[in-house]
Ligand binder design. Structure first.
Ligand code: HEC
Ligand code: HEC
Ligand code: HEC
Length: 428
């Protein structure tokens, strides 16, 4: 009986999927550009606004290669399905957006289609940018048309079959993508709504923080429930869990500090890895009013009850002794004998949820590769954490991360050598 029911359900899902795919075939030409698109604005005020919006959307992160001209494209993005490349967004007539109209650009942002109608891969966060208003889209385009044109052909994507086909994208989009408009929540304040617009739209925070299904789609009602970033060796913590990255118990000032300066003064929390890049390239440039609005929205995200404490075998005494010794020799000078840190200089490791989080990948990565916080106006020269990947072997890394996750009342789980080797195998 149960089995028949399962089959029935499976069949139903299959029929629905086929139906959705068929609908996608039908809407193949959604919103073709009109014959008379709005002209591109050339006034300084619109261009400035567009520049600001480009920072809010962190367009440069994926469309600028280190050391090359801004927005000329070529930056590689590793996904579980292969590598894709952000294209040339400069106004070059042949290799950039020089021949595009405001309608073409809107179609890319809102519908995820290129000028020739080609469906774009969702590594370009259009499932989030679809919420951007037409007015903001036009301002963004006005700005991009004002940057120096660079002749640089876009690098072709290198996706594995079948992900490199338009049919696969068609089915994916039918299942997981709807062009959307930002819906104002009238019960909420104007500030909350502004924050929601920035976080869900241009900020595309859920592109990293949203839980994904096996097809790489963020799951609608789990937009902030945390995720291993696809193709990269980092975990973006749940913004809905007090034990991970939630800010619901933080003051607005702390959230603003984290996003603008890279450190929350009241909690001592810092940002590392991909989040340090987000702060460095995007959020630090936003106005205090906008970041405050984001903070109001983020603090109000519905919270989940704390996950059950993970059950793990405690580490053996040899590992614990070894970890304590490595810590005393290598780490205590900065982070303190008892992991207390040094306020404003070196983060405390005792009572630090970034250290004890269920998924140890970020901690191991920080110890292996070190890192700097973002350099920001509020904190221009942050102290750096030295890399230990060359100083310590895998067993030492496992032992010292186990030590900091379990000492001084920290209730994290041990890390073993196999986990360290697995984390090393993924190049961020
Ligand atoms: C997380 C990385 C990422 C970010 C952030 C990003 N893009 Fe992209 N973008 C891509 C990738 C990858 C592609 C290529 C997709 C493809 O070829 O299927 C792309 C494609 C595009 C295209 C289509 C180009 C063409 O030739 O068809 C436009 C337009 C575009 N992006 C604009 C923007 C703007 C504007 C922003 C900021 C608001 C932005 N992108 C932010 C990754 C990104
Ligand atoms: C490219 C991926 C990526 C994007 C985009 C991203 N984050 Fe993060 N975020 C991370 C990672 C990884 C961490 C964990 C490392 C850390 O704590 O700095 C993190 C951590 C955080 C934390 C927890 C900080 C702490 O110390 O407790 C907050 C809050 C946060 N992000 C908010 C945001 C907001 C708001 C946005 C959108 C403006 C955003 N993130 C966009 C990857 C990302
Ligand atoms: C020279 C000083 C110094 C030494 C030595 C040092 N650290 Fe750090 N560590 C830092 C600084 C500074 C940061 C903050 C980096 C940032 O803001 O991105 C940091 C960050 C960290 C973090 C991330 C904390 C968070 O909240 O995300 C961990 C974990 C960590 N260190 C562990 C260690 C371990 C384990 C050792 C020894 C093997 C060690 N550190 C040695 C200076 C140091």
């Amino acid at each position: 009986m149960k089995r028949v029911f399962r089959w029935g359900l499976g069949g139903l899902v299959g029929v629905l999927a086929l139906g959705a795919a068929a609908i996608a075939w039908l809407d193949a030409a959604d919103a073709p550009p009109s014959a008379h698109p709005r002209p591109v604005a050339t006034d300084a005020a619109t261009i400035d606004r567009g520049r600001y919006l480009a920072q809010a959307g962190n367009c440069a992160a994926c469309h600028t290669r280190r050391g090359e001209p801004p927005y000329a494209g070529g930056e590689a993005l590793h996904t579980p399905f292969g590598t894709v490349y952000g294209g040339n967004l400069t106004p070059h007539a042949r290799t950039g957006l020089g021949a595009w109209s405001t309608d073409d650009f809107w179609r890319a942002l809102h519908h995820g289609r290129s000028r020739d109608g080609r469906m774009l891969t969702p590594a370009f966060p259009y499932p989030h940018f679809t919420q951007v208003t037409r007015e903001d889209s036009d301002a963004l385009f006005a700005f991009l048309r004002s940057v120096p044109a660079v002749d640089r052909a876009s690098t072709p994507n290198a996706l594995a079959f079948p992900y490199n086909t338009q049919l696969a994208l068609k089915v994916w989009r039918a299942l997981y993508f709807r062009p959307g408009t930002f819906a104002v929540q009238p019960a909420q304040s104007a500030e909350w709504n502004r924050g929601a617009y920035l976080v869900n739209g241009l900020g595309h925070c859920a592109a990293c923080h949203g839980t994904r299904n096996a097809m790489g789609a963020t799951i609608d009602d789990r937009s902030f429930d945390g995720s291993t970033i696809p193709g990269q060796g980092w975990y973006a913590p749940a913004l809905t869990l007090a034990t991970e990255g939630s800010v619901s118990a933080w003051s607005v000032a702390d959230v603003v500090g984290l996003l603008r300066d890279g450190v929350a003064p009241g909690t001592g929390a810092t940002v590392v890895g991909p989040m340090a890049e987000v702060v460095a390239r995007s959020t630090q440039h936003l106005s205090v009013a906008d970041v405050q609005a984001m903070a109001v929205f983020l603090r109000d995200l519905p919270q989940r009850p704390p996950a059950e404490a993970p059950r793990a075998r405690p580490a053996d005494t040899r590992t614990l002794d070894r970890g304590a010794k490595v810590y005393a020799d290598q780490c205590a000078t900065c982070h303190g004998e008892r992991g207390e840190g040094q306020s404003g200089v070196f983060p405390a490791l005792a009572g630090n949820r970034a250290v004890t989080m269920a998924d140890p990948v970020n901690v191991v990565r920080v110890v292996l590769h070190g890192g700097y916080g973002p350099s920001t106006a509020g904190r221009p020269r942050p102290h750096g954490m030295p890399p230990f990947g060359h100083v310590l072997d895998d067993a030492d890394i496992a032992a010292v991360t186990t030590h900091i996750r379990t000492a001084w009342g920290n209730a994290g789980t041990p890390v073993n050598q196999v986990q360290v080797v697995q984390i090393l195998a993924v190049q961020p």
